[in-house]
Design a binder for this molecule. Structure first.
Ligand SMILES: NC(=O)c1ccc[n+]([C@@H]2O[C@H](COP(=O)([O-])OP(=O)(O)OC[C@H]3O[C@@H](n4cnc5c(N)ncnc54)[C@H](O)[C@@H]3O)[C@@H](O)[C@H]2O)c1
Ligand SMILES: [Zn+2]
Length: 388
């Protein structure tokens, strides 16, 4: 059993600075990664890279949709600080996280005569972050990586902690490396152009972080949608989630202990993603349903009361997220099998991240399978949720 409670402050694992309106800086204690979070940060990318000691050229890897909106601003910021930048924009989507795509990027870097003192700038969501991060980890046995995440999911999750990966036909994220960025520059202004469905799916991870670690944060966001927040509040909320993740990564860089707590909702969530077929649910949507399932398991084990399950569910629904799945399409038994397969392929037994209160979690390896199946029936039998 491992516990983290809302009384612990997320800043404890790294140093944090910031003012009421300016950017917030968080420095990872294990990796030394500097994370800068603010509104309108893209223009200071070059200066921020100089601040962390980068002096070579900058090679921006991005995808077309993001390049159309932010490519020019990023190139201008890098140019202004003498980084002599070059940019490549690939086709986005999960399919881009492939060895074939990595191979094309290696060739591009070789043609550009990229050297070890240069940096790769990953400009995009988690797909670009994982792919460009993997390329940075492996090209010339590792060049510096700068993450400029442009989705909520990437800002609070994938650009923090140094995990990079590509997919194989046999499964997601099977080939990868730990390669912590030198700098992660988070500009909350870019979230304004995210499609609403992506915005809310990413927000599920924010609700998750609040629910498992941070009662005051949950109370702040419980009844709010991200688009209704002021840019200052959005910056503060994203920064708080980043602090929590960075703190856990500092404590547990190789993901053997407390970092697992971040997987709240993910056992059922991953099982729904794979059993419904990837692409049916966005990751955050599947995790939203998974969190309600994990909360209900916690309730049936007597760890929390019904009211907390209802608050979590209402908060997710308020963000247009699904909280039930359609068991007529995929029966609960199949979801359970998918959860077991997912775990077995990683050589582990099913570990459940459960709630013991608002902002409080525990890990349990012995939740009876019958109870899980009952909850999967409960989660699948009500009206199929408003999944768009
Ligand atoms: N490395 C890690 O620790 C980690 C953690 C969680 C998830 N991931 C990975 O992250 C990936 C998912 O990332 P994602 O959800 O960011 O998806 P994504 O990168 O595909 O981006 C989602 C969509 O948003 C668009 N987009 C991105 N930024 C935009 C912007 N500012 N304005 C308008 N459109 C924009 C993209 O074109 C794309 O269509 C998965 O591959 C997952 O495995 C990695
Ligand atoms: Zn997740």
């Amino acid at each position: 059993m491992s516990r983290l409670s809302s009384s612990s402050t997320p800043a404890a694992g790294g140093s944090t600075t910031g003012t009421a309106t300016g950017p917030i800086t968080i420095t990872g204690t294990t990796t030394g990664t500097r994370i800068v979070i603010g509104d309108g940060m893209l223009a200071s990318l070059g200066a921020a890279m100089r601040d962390v000691g980068l002096t070579g050229r900058a090679f921006v890897i991005t995808e077309r949709r993001v390049a159309e909106r932010y490519g020019e601003a990023v190139m201008a910021a890098l140019d202004a600080d003498g980084f002599r930048p070059a940019l490549v924009a690939i086709e986005g989507g999960e399919g881009a996280k492939s060895l074939a795509q990595a191979g094309e990027l290696y060739a591009w870097l070789a043609d550009q005569r990229t050297e070890r003192r240069d940096a790769i700038v990953a400009l995009g969501g988690g797909v670009i972050g994982d792919l460009a991060g993997f390329v940075a980890a492996t090209y010339l046995r590792g060049v510096a990586l700068v993450q400029v995440p442009t989705t909520v999911l990437a800002q609070v999750d994938s650009a923090i902690g140094g995990k990079t990966a590509v997919n194989l036909a046999q499964g997601k994220n099977l080939v990868g490396a730990f390669h912590p960025p030198r700098l992660t520059l988070i500009d909350v202004a870019v979230l304004a152009t995210l499609p609403p469905r992506e915005l809310h799916a990413g927000w599920a991870e924010v609700i998750k972080t609040a629910m498992i670690f941070d009662a005051p944060l949950f109370e702040q966001i419980e009844h709010t949608r991200p688009e209704a927040l002021s840019s200052g509040d959005r910056r503060d909320i994203i920064a708080r989630c980043v602090q929590w993740k960075q703190r856990l990564c500092d404590e547990d860089p190789t993901e053997k202990g407390p970092r697992m707590l971040l997987n709240f909702g993910h056992t059922i969530g991953h099982a729904l993603e794979s059993s419904f077929g990837y692409g049916t649910y966005l990751h955050g949507e599947a995790v939203a349903i998974g969190m309600v399932g994990a909360a209900e398991i916690s309730r049936r084990l007597g760890l929390i009361d019904r009211r907390l399950v209802e608050r979590l569910q209402a908060s997710l629904e308020g963000n247009g997220l699904p909280v039930r799945y359609d068991a007529r399409r995929v029966p609960p038994e199949a979801v359970l099998r998918a959860a077991a397969v997912d775990k077995k392929s990683r050589g582990a037994r099913l570990q459940w991240i459960l709630l013991t209160g608002l902002g409080q979690t525990t890990i349990s390896g012995d939740v009876p399978e019958g109870l899980v199946l009952d909850v999967l029936h409960w989660l699948g039998t009500e009206e199929p949720a408003q999944h768009r």
